[in-house]
Design a protein around this ligand. Structure first.
Ligand SMILES: CC(=O)SCCNC(=O)CCNC(=O)[C@H](O)C(C)(C)COP(=O)(O)OP(=O)(O)OC[C@H]1O[C@@H](n2cnc3c(N)ncnc32)[C@H](O)[C@@H]1OP(=O)(O)O
Length: 509
């Protein structure tokens, strides 16, 4: 037995050698940490439990490929179980071959079957050749039903990914299955890397141009960019802290905290004039518990902000228009982002809070070619189908399709409120009067001159705005109430509590 144990230890040591001294030196020199050091940064001390370490590729080479270039196992993160897949890019560029695919598939199956989050540490990768090419390709043990989605009847588990280097092929696909992707500033993520892109389509491009932070956040491939790998692990821990272990459980409730900013400040933050800008993040701070806001994909469709937050300790999803970006108009990217966020919150039981200040949907050729019609339909359906509590507050304006895209009445919100300053209607006043009074305005301009034209515009606008005020909407119960700005947080918190069936705050969920 002593001899067999010695042999096991020898094999274990080889398995932990990663790319060997030379591979690890090159890896560190590129500013990246070895995969097991990454895992140490992620999981609670002394909780790492690895499986599959002795895996080896089917197709052996002269140089060893320990673990088949991937590390898999389990740990605790802030005391809760997670599964981890860490690509070991110090070995053959972390490439994927049949055994490493099986290894990853086993981890995914464990996480799904036993119901805990999956964390993916992505770096380098792509299919290993010739292991996956030629006749071998058709026999790959790829199971897209486990790779992409839980099998029918099993709850969904949260997936979070960290992009820690140039991540292509399988690494990038892993990240694209994740509910949250954080990347380091030096990382990149794309379907194929520059060394494949140039020979294939003749485009000469750098890693950073192709999938660096600017490209990745604009496309929604990464939700947050951080400086260091340690920051990336902290961001993953923060993200998972809002979510239950799986979609069959309730989200964890934290001790209630006061808001980050006095809700009374809302009276000053949001200007009365509908054309003045302000930062919706200031509104979030007045509504959410202090230090509880985690921005989600600010760089994607940035005229809309999404964030995970807590209100009186309860995790929620905040959705707000951002008036300082294209006046908060919703373009195809903003609609696509909102849909994914709404589905994330709906999957994991987080109530949705919509803070409306929206001039409408983006119109014109660019928006049409960007698929705004499909995007709008998909979003409005996702909001209508969401079964978590939905609470909306119209702060300033909510026009037309923009209002519905923010959880307006037809999408069946549980509660819908407005501030006394709110305007609601089918179209913004300036656009509306120019549409329906076009001929009359042209005649007045031609026959009576610009002053008379301006006076008529002002008169028609005032008439339109008076119709758009919240009083009639409240009188017809299109709104549940008109509330003072300073009461927004308290009204939202009470509405969520009622919509959850009165489960007491911080109680046993
Ligand atoms: C659907 C899909 O999978 S599409 C994906 C297509 N794949 C890609 O786009 C990835 C293309 N590859 C790359 O861009 C780069 O190789 C990276 C970014 C992954 C890694 O770059 P680097 O860290 O500089 O590593 P480098 O390219 O030097 O490779 C390291 C070693 O792995 C080997 N290697 C790299 N890629 C592969 C591969 N696909 N198959 C087999 N071996 C490979 C290299 O030959 C090299 O071996 P050596 O040390 O014996 O010379």
């Amino acid at each position: 037995m002593a001899g067999r144990i010695a042999l096991l230890r020898e094999k274990q040591e080889a398995a932990h050698a990663s790319g060997g001294p030379e591979g690890l030196r090159r890896h560190r020199e590129s500013g990246r940490l070895p995969v097991r050091e990454r895992i140490d940064l992620l999981v609670d001390r002394d909780t790492w439990f690895e499986i599959g370490a002795l895996a080896l590729p089917e197709l052996r080479r002269e140089k060893p490929i320990p673990g088949d270039a991937v590390v898999t196992g389990f740990g605790l993160l802030d005391g809760r179980r997670i599964g981890v897949i860490g690509i070991d890019s110090s070995v053959v560029a972390g490439t994927t071959a049949p055994i490493s695919m099986r290894k990853q598939g086993r981890l995914i199956e464990h996480a799904q079957r036993h119901g805990f989050p999956l964390v993916l540490l992505c770096d380098a990768d792509g299919g290993r050749m010739p292991d996956v090419s030629g006749w071998r390709f058709s026999g790959l043990p790829l199971d897209f039903t486990t790779f992409l989605k839980p099998p029918p009847g099993q709850p969904v588990v949260p997936r979070a990914a960290a992009v820690l280097g140039p991540s292509y092929g399988d690494s990038a696909l892993h990240a694209s299955t994740a509910h949250y992707v954080v990347m380091v500033r030096s990382g990149s993520i794309a379907l194929s890397g520059p060394s494949v892109v140039e020979p294939a389509i003749g485009e000469k491009v750098t890693d950073s141009e192709l999938g660096g932070p600017a490209a990745a956040t604009e496309a929604g491939n990464a939700h947050l960019v951080v400086d260091t790998e340690a920051d990336a692990m902290d961001a993953i821990a923060a993200f998972l802290s809002y979510l239950p272990q799986n979609s069959a459980q309730r989200p964890p409730v934290a001790p209630p905290l006061p808001p980050g900013r006095d809700p009374k400040d809302l009276e000053e933050i949001v200007p009365l004039g509908t054309r003045s800008g302000y930062d919706m993040r200031d509104v979030f701070a007045c509504v959410a518990d202090e230090a509880s806001i985690l921005p989600w994909a600010d760089g994607w469709g940035s005229s809309l902000l999404c964030a995970l937050a807590r209100i009186e300790g309860r995790p929620v999803g905040l959705v707000g228009n951002q008036p300082i970006v294209r006046a908060g108009a919703l373009d195809p990217a903003a609609l696509a982002k909102e849909k994914v966020f709404v589905q994330l919150c709906d999957t994991f039981g987080l109530p949705l809070v919509f803070l409306h200040d929206v001039p409408g949907l983006m119109i014109g050729t660019q928006a049409e070619r960007g698929g705004i019609l499909h995007g709008y339909e998909a979003l409005v359906s996702a909001i209508a189908e969401a079964t978590v509590p939905k609470v909306g507050v119209v702060l300033r304006k909510a026009y037309g399709g923009g209002h519905f895209a923010m959880g307006g009445r037809p999408t069946r919100p549980d509660f819908l409120y407005a501030w006394p300053s709110a305007e609601l209607g089918f179209m913004a006043p300036e656009t509306g009067i120019r549409t329906i009074h076009r001929r009359k305005l042209e005649t007045v301009l031609a026959e009576q001159g610009p002053e008379a034209h301006a006076a008529l515009v002002a008169e028609l606008t005032a008439e339109w705005i008076s119709e758009a005020e919240p009083w009639e909407a409240a009188a017809h119960l299109s709104l549940d109430d008109v509330v003072e700005p300073g009461r927004t947080r308290e009204v939202v918190a009470a509405s969520i509590d009622i919509a959850l069936g009165g489960l007491s705050l911080g109680g046993a969920l």
